[in-house]
Design a protein around this ligand. Structure first.
Ligand code: ZN
Length: 170
């Protein structure tokens, strides 16, 4: 489950977007200045951020909310089933998980239509992303499509994958 591990690694990084690690925490514990935050973030260099497939800023959720969500949101066993199914899909299709695909394999297994292609090219130029980011987005979009049980990568999957890359441009 390499994809899951990457998401986890990412989430850990995302919770440390300021020196104290409490940026935007509901407790209001963070007293870092914008200056300190900029300097701190500068240390996570662009190329490093570039290597992280998914970059979502995950806001800390008050405990009350977490308790509430436990009863209303998808059961973790259901989620696990869906993730395992998506992983099996990947193995059946290409013999490895999406995050292990080479550039050549990405071109083979992560094909998109011309609308998605345009959307992606616009995002790349607007967000000033690298060629590496281009392929990362395709792999993430492939994973999103697999989780949705969709054989095709749609422009919605591409749009969602682009959203995950926006953090490095904020
Ligand atoms: Zn802080």
């Amino acid at each position: 489950m390499n994809d899951l591990r990457e998401i986890w690694v990412y989430c850990k990084k995302a919770t440390q977007l300021c020196p104290c690690g409490y940026l935007r925490h509901p407790s209001g514990k963070c007293h870092c200045t914008p200056d300190q935050i900029t300097r701190y973030r500068g240390r996570i260099s662009g190329p490093l951020l570039d290597r992280i497939d998914m970059q979502i800023e995950v806001p800390a959720v008050p405990q009350q909310e977490l308790m509430k969500q436990q009863t209303t949101s998808e059961k973790s066993s259901t989620i696990r089933q869906r993730v395992e199914k998506a992983h099996q899909l990947q193995l059946d299709r290409q013999g490895k998980s999406n995050n292990q695909l080479s550039v050549k394999e990405i071109e083979q297994f992560c094909t998109i239509d011309s609308i998605s292609e345009n959307l992606l090219k616009q995002a790349i130029s607007r967000l000033n992303l690298s060629a590496r980011a281009y392929h990362r987005i395709l792999k993430v979009a492939r994973t999103i499509a697999d989780l949705a049980g969709s054989e095709k990568i749609t422009n919605q999957h591409i749009a969602e994958a682009i959203q995950y890359r926006r953090l490095d441009r904020q």
